[in-house]
Write a protein that binds this ligand. Structure first.
Ligand SMILES: Cc1cc2nc3c(=O)[nH]c(=O)nc-3n(C[C@H](O)[C@H](O)[C@H](O)COP(=O)(O)OP(=O)(O)OC[C@H]3O[C@@H](n4cnc5c(N)ncnc54)[C@H](O)[C@@H]3O)c2cc1C
Length: 387
């Protein structure tokens, strides 16, 4: 095991690995410590969605940058073969179904704000929505918010590509290696203690998301991040290409669903449990997801669910992440609390964190995610959350 790095990253999820990539690209010697295996936290349990349709400036700006990077992901990964084998970011859109005047008014405001940053979203009619997804029941739909440049991607392929690229660039990734302690001298971080020994480092990034406070407790710091159980399902294949975009209905249990490349339908609803460390699947979820999905797309009642799983949303009170320097100890940083939208945000969040750690500042709106906003009572507007 290496004994000295420039940066030690705790957590090998999408955030830890993407930050490792940007840091390695800037010539930093990085080590990623993962207590289990890469992606094994929330990342491999995610619903694959990537959207710019948020309702506030910061998340829209971050997502515009993220989508730019997701589009060029294979170039960044310097994948030698065809792009289809490396990774697929399918820009198949996000379609929010709207059932009331108040939803139309709220989403119209969001669309205007999204236009400020060049997102080509619009409010469309129920008939136009059904042209995009022919199997939709539009009998009660009044309008829809549509953005064709949102999409979805496989977390499995993304993690695999990042692991390979970080290692190619000289970064080290250790699996089954929990970090048990921060090493600190005179209020400055000097490295980490792991189950396999100590690694000295000038900077440490806490990218453990739901588990973030376990390390913070050592220095008497606790940010408001709580683990909530959210679940998702995948079905047997449905007629391929029938549900291209991510379809969302807040009226139907906060349902989100889309189709994977093999035709299976993946998605979930806004039924959560917690705070809890228990992520076992529940029958209540299975029943509610079936009821709500089939109201949106009645034909789904003819196909079977083949898998159901639970995972953590690491939730903060305003559903926005906690990103930045931990002031109590020099050289210690945090990127956690993604509240159910960390996969999509990862490329830009990681770039902003790498900027902050290497240059001290970034052009991305990192201040919005200030870890100390809660202490000051300055919660942000609630981020739009799926599930
Ligand atoms: C059902 C579900 C659906 C979702 N759908 C979407 C979606 O459609 N789009 C989207 O953007 N997001 C979605 N999310 C959220 C997304 O999965 C997370 O926001 C994202 O994966 C967070 O990435 P991360 O790297 O911060 O955390 P994680 O992937 O959880 O990685 C943290 C890692 O830290 C490791 N770790 C913890 N403690 C230690 C330690 N002491 N030492 C070493 N390693 C440690 C863990 O093992 C873990 O691998 C969904 C989540 C769930 C559960």
């Amino acid at each position: 095991m290496m004994n000295k790095a420039d940066v030690a990253i705790v957590g090998g999820g999408i955030i830890g690995l993407f930050t490792a990539f940007w840091l390695a690209q800037r010539g930093e010697r990085v080590v990623v410590l993962e207590k289990n295996y890469p992606g094994s936290g929330s990342t491999f349990r995610c619903g694959t969605g990537i959207r710019q349709q948020f309702g506030d400036d910061a998340n829209i700006q971050m997502m515009v940058r993220s989508v730019e990077i997701w589009k060029d992901f294979c170039k960044y990964m310097e994948y030698p073969g065809p792009a289809s084998e490396c990774f697929t970011f399918a820009q198949t859109g996000y379609l929010f179904l709207l059932y009331s005047e108040s939803e139309i008014s709220e989403f119209s405001k969001n669309v205007s704000l999204q236009h400020k940053y060049g997102v080509p979203s619009s409010i469309i009619s129920p008939e136009e929505a059904r042209e995009i997804v022919p199997t939709l029941d539009i009998s009660e739909v009044m309008a829809a918010a549509w953005n064709p440049t949102d999409g979805k991607a496989s977390p499995f392929l993304a993690i695999r590509a990042l692991v390979d690229r970080v290692r190619d660039m000289g970064g080290e990734i250790y699996v089954n290696t929990p970090v048990t302690e921060l090493l600190i001298e005179k209020n400055t971080v000097t490295g980490v203690k792991t189950s396999r020994g100590e690694i000295k480092a000038d900077m440490v990034l806490n990218a453990t998301n739901a588990w973030a406070n376990a390390l913070n407790e050592q220095i008497g710091v606790r940010f408001p991040i709580e683990p909530y159980k959210h679940q998702a399902i995948v079905t047997e294949p449905f007629k391929a290409g029938e549900i291209k975009p991510m379809v969302i209905s807040f009226k139907h249990g906060g349902a989100y669903l889309t189709q994977k490349a093999n035709g299976g339908v993946i998605g979930g609803i806004a039924l959560k449990y917690g705070p809890t460390w228990d992520i076992s699947p529940t029958y209540e979820f299975l029943r509610e997801v079936s009821r709500n999905f089939t109201r949106i797309i009645p034909a789904l009642k003819y196909i079977s669910i083949i898998r159901q799983w639970g995972g953590y949303y690491a939730e903060t009170p305003d559903h926005n992440a906690i990103l930045g320097k931990v002031k109590e100890v020099d050289g210690y940083y945090i990127a956690a609390g993604f509240s159910g939208h960390g996969f999509m945000l990862a490329p830009a969040v990681a770039e902003a964190m790498a900027d902050l750690m290497t240059k001290g500042s970034t052009t991305l709106p990192l201040d919005f995610y200030d870890p100390y906003r809660f202490q000051r009572g300055e919660l942000r507007e609630q981020a739009i959350q799926m599930g």
